[in-house]
Design a protein around this ligand. Structure first.
Ligand SMILES: [Zn+2]
Ligand SMILES: [Zn+2]
Length: 340
């Protein structure tokens, strides 16, 4: 076939040889203006229907790339884009494409102005609207939850949620409320609240109880419940000095199944079941143990300065104890014990 434009004899497309066909042809096009939704709250951008965290320039480039349309038969091999800021809300973006058309390697460019439009993403609109599906109630076995345990628990939950929410946008902490006797954490997801209650129970040896409340109907007409997970923290805490069956121990471990106790004096280690842990009484919380200065040490013993009356006292230590200039001690009925 002859090209109707230049007369060359070769395969033709719409009557034109490949050179004439490609000459001046716009292989890819972009709309003149592209609107890019930006969440005014978390500043994430919506690209291809997904909210993503990106710099503004990268988001503008990705928004342009997502709107490229190519002529029939063009096989795109790779795409790039560069954004140039016009002002705070507008970017001029040039997209470049390498591709293949009719057996030829071709390149093409197109440009557009990407405009930022403020919106609120679904996650933020729920969060701002105080949406929640479950409450994690942290309480204590005693009357008040200590500040220490409250802060530690809230931090634990916050850290876990931060971790998960980077992969799952539906996960967030709606609210933290200090209430009489403890703290309530309102969460966006029932399964999240359930697994956090389980984790706290395993980590601290806490008791948990769940209850539900009918709050209405979902859009498809089924019942909608809100769950409450009560986590009752025990009075004891890991590393406290505790009394169990008239012996004094350090609570040296808490697991799903129970606890590990290290007896003060002979450092004998034993395990107890979860059901026995209710009988543990706190003697001295870990953060209230005394520090005593070490004067000298020998195998299995250290001589210390009594932290209150400054007399010298010899106390037993485990053979493998790694003691520094001071050691932690507990005063049990007037006798000092080394706390490993
Ligand atoms: Zn031609
Ligand atoms: Zn948002």
């Amino acid at each position: 076939m002859f090209c109707v434009k230049c007369g060359k004899e070769e395969e033709t497309f719409n009557g034109l040889c490949i050179d004439c066909f490609l000459d001046g042809k716009q292989l890819i096009t972009l709309p003149v203006h592209i609107d890019l939704e930006r969440c005014a709250n978390c500043e994430e951008f919506r690209i291809n229907g997904q909210w993503v965290k990106e710099t503004t320039a990268t988001a503008a480039e990705d928004a342009a790339i997502s709107k490229i349309s190519a002529i029939d038969g063009l096989r795109i091999i790779d795409v790039g884009a560069t954004a140039e800021e016009l002002d705070e809300r507008n970017f001029h973006v040039t997209a470049d494409v390498n591709g293949e058309l009719c057996g030829r390697v071709v390149t093409a460019t197109a440009d557009a102005v990407v405009r930022m439009k403020n919106n609120v993403c679904r996650k933020c609109s729920r969060q701002l609207g105080n949406y929640y599906e479950a409450t994690l109630q942290i309480r204590s076995g005693s009357k008040e939850l200590s500040d220490l345990l409250r802060d530690e628990t809230v931090r634990y939950v916050r850290d876990r949620i931060e971790n998960i929410s980077s992969m799952n946008r539906q996960i967030f902490l709606t609210k933290v409320e200090e209430v009489q006797g403890g703290v309530d954490m309102l969460l966006s997801s029932i399964s999240l609240a359930k697994s956090l209650a389980k984790e706290l129970s395993d980590t601290y040896g806490a008791e948990t109880k769940e209850s539900s409340k009918l709050v209405g109907k979902t859009t498809d007409g089924s019942d909608m419940y809100r769950m409450t997970y009560l986590v009752r923290m025990p009075e004891y805490h890991l590393n406290d000095v505790v009394i169990f069956e008239e012996n004094v121990y350090k609570l040296s471990g808490i697991t799903k199944g129970g606890g590990k106790l290290t007896r003060l004096g002979d450092f004998h280690v034993s395990s107890i079941r979860r059901s026995q842990m209710a009988d543990i009484k706190v003697h001295t919380p870990n953060d209230r143990l005394m520090e005593a200065t070490v004067i000298s040490r020998s195998a299995g013993e250290v001589q210390i300065l009594h932290p209150i009356n400054y007399s010298t006292v010899d106390i037993r230590i485990p053979g493998d104890a790694d003691t520094g200039d001071s050691v932690k001690v507990a005063d049990i009925d007037g006798t000092l014990f080394f706390v490993p």
